[in-house]
Design a protein around this ligand. Structure first.
Ligand SMILES: NC(=O)c1ccc[n+]([C@@H]2O[C@H](COP(=O)([O-])OP(=O)(O)OC[C@H]3O[C@@H](n4cnc5c(N)ncnc54)[C@H](OP(=O)(O)O)[C@@H]3O)[C@@H](O)[C@H]2O)c1
Length: 236
């Protein structure tokens, strides 16, 4: 079976994606900038190949995407000035590499509130200045992916928390008027489900969760999650 590429696999959501894929028995190509840093956390996992790659380096992207089935992009700039390079240009680079490799499906972890109509939202303003231009860069990265011609899914989570998957009721929406919280583990489960669900193709969705005393089992929630969502209008 061809591996799924996870970019930003050492990050908190990326590592959750690796775990979901590992549990499903799907081979993973876990891409990190410095494999030595993740030898103990990712290196010993079954079916997980840890490889070096940087979303700013086209040659490394061509290599990691070669022979893969699809791609999950969970990387984000780690320094104050890195948003344009990682959250915008990095996404465009990955879309290009996925296109060159025959049009691999790219699932992008973005964020609620990135859309320009939210520009005066105080949370967006805060996030945009905590990392310079982060939300603008994320939106432009989304746009470049949508225009790239590769099949994609853009998952825009609300505020991320570190809780186990399946503890809450997932809520999906479109139009970027949603806010709330969701666990990284749930986001990862949705990203992996998007890789194989035809209803997730060329779709942009917001993802939050609401507390529930007895949420439906996660597998059941994932089954109908993308049904009824509208694919994005084709890029002009
Ligand atoms: N925090 C929130 O509440 C929130 C809310 C909504 C959306 N989001 C978005 O959700 C996504 C996942 O967030 P997270 O907090 O789980 O991520 P995270 O833990 O910050 O991980 C991000 C990863 O990106 C990698 N990275 C940075 N620059 C890179 C480059 N040039 N090439 C390759 N990889 C690179 C880093 O890898 P290294 O290990 O190589 O340093 C890091 O492991 C992000 O896009 C974030 O903006 C976050």
């Amino acid at each position: 079976m061809a591996p799924v590429v996870v970019l930003g696999a050492g990050g908190r959501t990326g590592a959750e994606c690796v775990s979901v894929l590992e549990q499903r028995g799907t081979p993973v190509r876990a891409v990190v900038r410095d494999p030595a840093k993740y030898r103990d956390t990712l290196g010993n996992r079954k079916g997980v190949e840890v490889v070096a790659g940087d979303v700013g380096d086209m040659q490394s992207l061509r290599e990691v995407v070669r022979g893969a089935s699809s791609v999950i992009y969970a990387a984000s700039g780690s320094s104050y000035w890195a948003a344009k390079a990682v959250d915008r240009d990095g996404v465009a680079n990955v879309a290009e590499a996925a296109k060159e490799a025959g049009g691999k499906h790219v699932v992008l972890v973005s964020s609620c509130l990135v859309s320009p109509h939210n520009r005066w939202n105080p949370i967006r303003l805060l996030l945009n200045s905590a990392r310079w231009g982060l939300m603008d860069a994320k939106y432009e990265g989304e746009e470049r992916l949508r225009r790239s011609g590769v099949p994609y899914t853009v998952v825009r989570p609300g505020g991320l928390v570190n809780e186990p998957a399946g503890q809450a009721q997932l809520v999906v929406a479109q139009g970027d008027n949603q806010s709330g919280r969701v666990s990284r583990a749930d986001v990862a489960a949705v990203c992996v489900a998007a890789l194989t669900d035809p209803a997730a193709k060329n779709v942009t969705l917001e993802l939050v969760s609401k507390p529930a005393e007895a949420p439906a089992p996660l597998a059941q929630q994932l089954k109908g999650l993308f049904a009824g969502l509208k694919p994005d209008a084709p890029a002009a």
